[in-house]
Design a protein around this ligand. Sequence first.
Ligand SMILES: *Cc1c(COP(=O)(O)O)cnc(C)c1O
Length: 367
Amino acid sequence: MTDSSDRRAARLLHHRKPGLGQGDPVVPPITATATFHLPHVQAGGHFYGRNGLPTWEAVEAQLAILEDADCVTFPSGMAAISAGLFATLKQGARLVVPSDGYYVTRVLSQGFLAPFGVSVTELPTRAYATADFAGADVVYLETPSNPGLDAVDIAAVAARARAAGARVIADNTTMTPLLQRPLDLGCDLVVAADTKAPAGHSDVLFGHVATRDAALLARLRDWRRMSGAIPGPFEAFLVHRGLETLELRLSRMCASAALIAQRLAGHRAVRNLRYPGLPGDPSYAVTKAQAAQGGFLIAFELADAAAAEAFLTRCPLIEQTTSFGGAHSSAERRARWGDAVPEGFIRLSVGIEPVEELWAAIAAALE
Ligand SMILES: *Cc1c(COP(=O)(O)O)cnc(C)c1O
């Protein structure tokens, strides 16, 4: 981690201290209420559970430290992405989305935004480096992309997109704000699935949008209040607890991923390994320049679908699941979802297991 991310991680752990009085709970309470005592409407404070809830606000305070920006939380990553898109698009607008990024964002754009008159253009992440954004209203990027792990220079894309008059949204899920901060690099909005590494224990869905633009912030809050896409207090509590160990977990996950990527790359059964933190990877230079570490996701290919399935079934320390960023290592064969990847393509999310145990299990399962 960089110095400033260390400082943010430390501040995050103590964010409640200035607001605490004698006898107050150090951990934010789960405020499970729809209604608040409201004898006078104008007197301030909370007034209805769709407008604001102390437990989400505790998570927003943590995320604001990590993002250096105001944050609005949502009940899932997709709810956050929807909010970002609905807050910035209107009829006739042109949206650019990655053709190789998180697929639900594309399906949402084509299935729900296009019918309202938004024109949706799909571009591979690597093409963002040279794309002409003339006429675009919103340029949406994801780097490294999920699942292919292609990276693009965020500052360069944001500068070109903004020069063309577009707003720039970055899905920062694969990196988290401790590793990469798109707002510092010129993006208008960050959207993220906190379901993944930030919550970190595969027991809750959650998301957030971060921005330093006051008008956009107001619009995002209006969207949440009017669409009703509000997080629950129990979920917010779990995310608050998860975020307290994000820095610790990420350190382990990234260090292990770097080691495992290097060893996998030298394994005779493995082809086309991608890890943005591995020197020589096509994403290495750009990731090194804009991210604190290479992340915890590795992509690679085994001979075919059968070899990939056999590996995943045999490895006792890899959970077969479709999400990533959890404490336990997990992986899946992405072609089973129809991603445009070879049949033997595996996306591996490295967890917090002691790395030599994990490597021994992976190496044995590859034999
Ligand atoms: C998982 C994911 C999402 C969606 O998050 P949910 O919490 O599942 O709605 C969005 N973007 C990326 C890159 C993701 O990996």
